[in-house]
Design a protein around this ligand. Structure first.
Ligand code: FAD
Length: 520
């Protein structure tokens, strides 16, 4: 069964053909995309034997896996392209073997051996990368370094309210370990269930809260990483002006400079007061103007998601043909009603209509459950022959409306050309004083066997439009291998020189995740 290779859940979550047949008509009706007969995923993936196992020293052999499903799972991430290929048992670049270090000493041993053997080493947290971060494209017998055995809470500083977590700790495990201390990270990327602390740091992940601490960057107090030339550990500090930040250099390094083994993250108590509202906007630009007014007024709602009319209807947030703005305010002490009333007034002034407000509204609840269920729904859609993928960016307010219109236009044209139709929807996931992060979702009829080429063409059209409109190639999905062409033109040339020099200094054998951020 290949579900272990491409699926989001456990074996019990694998979509069943009979269930897919039953939901097919409703999916077609809701998405407007014609569904196909449910695809039956391939059986097990067969692979040639590991080439590198024989070279491994005994200490590493003890933590090595050469199981074909395991190697296949570590050769794919979780993008649409990954799902489609995984379902067919097509894993063009499987790991030659998987190493699962349980201690830093074992990570060090893996680094030393990889350097000597010239074995490409690809760090693997939860494997939820959607940008080719863990797919070892074109590498010679790559080794996957799976960090999930390096897990757990190993320190709590209740005075400073910071916690020390090992890199392989999954989101739910981190929260469970913090609960007895009355603390939480309040960091919930949509991949929370399956992604790790080290993966968040390595990719500069963003949680679902729209303002304030959006990226994990804001939570990081210090990072500990092992590099081929020594330990890179920053001092725990609340802030520092001592030169370029060592933490910043590791944040977003995507496994190319070192292996993150631990991080001290800022935690917080759980909020005591919560207020939520759903508002309707005649269109996305009007809603965006309201969001800008809110964040620029200093209100900073923890949740501030603006969803266009089509996506609101699809998600069940609002089915009136209007864009929906889902707001949530939180407070550690004072009741939030007064701030809520202020937020509603600002939104009304901006031309929005209040649908509901008060403690945790039903529409907000519908939105939250769709958010959590989305990865499971996505695999059902893919099996039903629907091309479904997302991409995201960020841009300053002055260019936001232009970017959204240009990207929507370019992707709609590409979908017409490549798929014969389809839709692209947009929401603003994060809002800043000076700009916002638009997030696009594409739904289209897929041509079986050509999905990867179809998506590559649509994605390129979107990425080109983003670049031309002045956006970033990614707000939080990272660069990986898939975003390299656009990242290469986005970053300043002297910065590329500095990054290359840093890579050369830290990873002289060039074995750490080659092909990510820099050419292999
Ligand atoms: C359904 C879905 C929803 C998602 N939602 C979000 C979201 O809301 N916000 C968001 O930011 N992202 C999201 N993502 C993308 C992805 O979950 C993030 O990039 C996440 O941070 C990856 O964590 P991971 O542990 O799975 O890392 P992996 O996917 O295993 O690795 C990601 C990259 O980091 C490197 N890496 C991993 N661990 C380490 C380490 N310890 N040391 C050094 N390098 C390492 C890998 O080599 C790779 O380049 C989503 C993905 C999916 C499939």
């Amino acid at each position: 069964m290949t579900y272990a290779v491409w699926g989001w859940g456990g074996p019990q979550d694998a979509p069943r053909t009979a269930d897919l047949e039953a939901v097919g008509p409703a999916v077609q009706e809701t998405t407007g995309v014609p569904v196909q007969r449910p695809e039956v995923p391939a059986g097990v993936v067969e692979l040639p034997p590991s080439r590198r196992l024989a070279d491994l020293p005994p200490a590493l052999r003890a933590i090595a896996s050469t199981d074909a499903q395991d190697r296949a799972r570590h050769g794919l991430g979780r993008s649409y392209r990954d799902l489609v290929r995984g379902m067919r048992g097509q894993v063009p670049f499987p790991a030659d073997l998987v190493l699962r270090p349980r201690t830093e000493a074992e990570v060090e041993a893996a680094l030393a051996w990889a350097g000597e053997a010239g074995a490409p080493l690809v760090p693997f947290g939860g494997g939820t990368s959607v940008v080719g971060g863990v797919e070892p494209v074109g590498l010679d017998a790559p080794v996957s370094l799976d960090l999930q055995a390096l897990t757990g809470l190993v320190g709590v500083d209740e005075v400073s309210r910071a916690v020390r977590l090992r890199a392989g700790t999954l989101g739910p495990d981190a929260e469970a370990a913090l609960r007895p201390y009355g603390l939480t990270l309040r960091f919930y990327p949509q991949s929370f269930e399956r992604s790790t602390v080290g993966g968040w740091v390595a990719t500069r992940a963003a949680g679902h809260f729209s303002t304030g601490a959006t990226h994990v960057d804001d939570l990081v107090e210090s990072v500990r990483a092992l590099t081929p030339v020594g330990v890179w550990e920053s001092r725990r500090l609340p802030g520092s002006g001592a030169g370029p930040s060592p933490d910043r250099a590791l944040l977003g390094s995507e496994g190319t400079l070192g292996i993150v083994t631990e991080a001290w993250l800022r935690a917080q108590p759980r909020p005591v007061s919560r207020w939520a509202a759903t508002l309707a906007a005649p269109d996305l630009p009007t809603g965006a103007a309201a969001v800008r007014a809110l964040v620029q007024s200093g209100l900073a709602p923890a949740t501030c998601r603006l969803v266009d009319a089509r996506e609101s209807a699809l998600a069940g947030t609002l089915t009136t043909g209007e864009a929906a703005l889902v707001l949530g305010l939180e407070s550690l002490h004072a009741p939030t009603e007064a701030a809520g009333a202020q937020a509603l007034e600002l939104c009304r002034d901006a031309g929005l209509r209040v649908v509901e407000s008060g403690p945790r509204g039903a529409a907000g609840q519908a939105w939250r459950s769709t958010f959590v269920r989305a990865p499971y729904l996505r695999e059902q859609l893919v099996l039903l022959g629907v091309l479904v993928e997302t991409f995201e960016t960020a841009v300053t307010w002055d260019r936001l409306d232009g970017l959204v219109a240009a990207v929507t236009g370019a992707v709609t044209d590409a979908l017409r050309r490549v798929c014969g139709g389809g839709t692209v929807t947009c929401r603003l996931t994060h809002a800043y004083v000076d700009g916002a992060a638009p997030y696009f979702t594409v739904l289209a009829p897929a041509r079986r066997g050509s999905e990867v080429a179809q998506w590559d063409e649509v994605k390129a059209a979107g990425a080109e439009a983003i670049a031309a409109a002045g956006g970033t190639i990614t707000h939080h999905h990272a660069v990986g291998r898939d975003h390299r062409p656009w990242y290469d033109t986005q970053r300043p040339d002297p910065f590329a020189l500095a990054l290359r020099a840093a890579k050369q200094a830290l990873d002289p054998a060039g074995v750490l995740n080659p092909g990510v951020l820099l050419p292999a």
